[in-house]
Design a protein around this ligand. Structure first.
Ligand SMILES: Nc1ncnc2c1ncn2[C@@H]1O[C@H](COP(=O)(O)OP(=O)(O)OP(=O)(O)O)[C@@H](O)[C@H]1O
Length: 261
């Protein structure tokens, strides 16, 4: 059972061991240098915001880290294992989950069936996916659906959910394999303010209860500043700044390139 309440005593995050370490990540599409030599780290249990102007390379960097995009150069170590050459499914099995800018759920399946589809990230093959899930898996799905606040929609077709509920369901699916790191790509896009608050709460609960680290790619700066322990700013495919929300807020280069006047 996942405790929905936030503890007033969050675990300290300073000096946590490294969970993800990416060095020199580089990716071009034809002549477009989307990401150029970016170094990027996430500590155990850390929430890192990844921001920058449109086209600055955020989604490409995320895709490189989750191995959905083949990188041109660079090295990625996750939890002590070099995952640079692994395929996306293998990386997921190692403990990285993600959601996508364009939600990837199965609209013709129910909320419950979608949650169980999250097992795919644990490397469960198609044949096993068609078999009934074991008790522990069913309990995990029920707990996550309960946590995200829509147990009453458990038998609803996922295609009938609101945009915000779909994004929460995608998070349920990503959490099914008990990842140590989850990447959220534009998770607040098209989501109403109430559900954005819910999303923020659930991310914090999962972070606190299961020590899940998050990389949060966002244009919603208010969301990032209210949730991130650290913020990384990209500009034109390069790392512009990396620091605490306080440092980023007052960084002149970031203000000029991204936060604006
Ligand atoms: N599959 C692709 N083929 C060609 N160019 C691409 C591809 N994906 C991204 N790009 C280009 O790479 C650059 C970085 O794009 P990316 O989507 O990573 O930026 P972003 O910061 O996530 O942007 P946004 O905030 O608008 O989502 C852009 O110039 C984009 O047009």
């Amino acid at each position: 059972m996942i405790n929905r309440a936030l503890s007033s005593e969050a675990a300290p995050k300073g000096n946590q061991p490294s969970l993800l370490s990416a060095q020199g990540i580089t990716k071009s599409f034809g002549g477009i240098r989307a990401v150029q030599g970016v170094n990027f780290d996430v500590a155990v249990g850390e929430i890192v915001g990844l921001v920058g102007p449109n086209g600055s390379g955020k989604s490409t960097l995320l895709g490189c880290l989750s191995r959905d995009i083949l990188l041109d150069a660079g090295r990625i170590v996750f939890d002590g294992t070099d995952v640079t050459r692994l395929r996306a499914m293998q990386v997921a099995r190692n403990g990285i989950g993600r959601t996508f800018q364009n939600v990837r759920i199965f609209p013709e399946l129910s909320v419950w069936e979608n949650a169980l589809m999250g097992r795919q990230w644990k490397g469960v093959g198609l044949r096993d996916m068609l078999r009934p899930a074991d008790i522990a898996t069913r309990q995990r799905a029920a707990d996550l659906i309960e946590l995200m606040g829509f147990p009453q929609l458990i038998h609803e077709y996922a295609g009938n959910l609101s945009g915000g509920q779909m994004r929460l369901l995608e998070l349920v699916m990503a959490m099914m394999s008990r990842p140590r790191l989850v990447m959220l790509d534009e998770a607040t896009s098209g989501v109403n303010p109430t559900l954005i608050e819910s999303l923020k709460h659930y991310v914090k609960v999962l972070n606190q209860e299961e020590r899940v680290a998050f990389i949060v790619v966002e244009h919603n700066i208010g969301f990032i500043f209210s949730i991130a322990d650290r913020i990384v700013v990209l500009n034109d495919g390069r790392l512009l700044a990396d620091g605490s929300p306080e440092q980023i807020q007052h960084n002149e280069e970031v203000i000029v390139a991204y936060l604006g006047a």
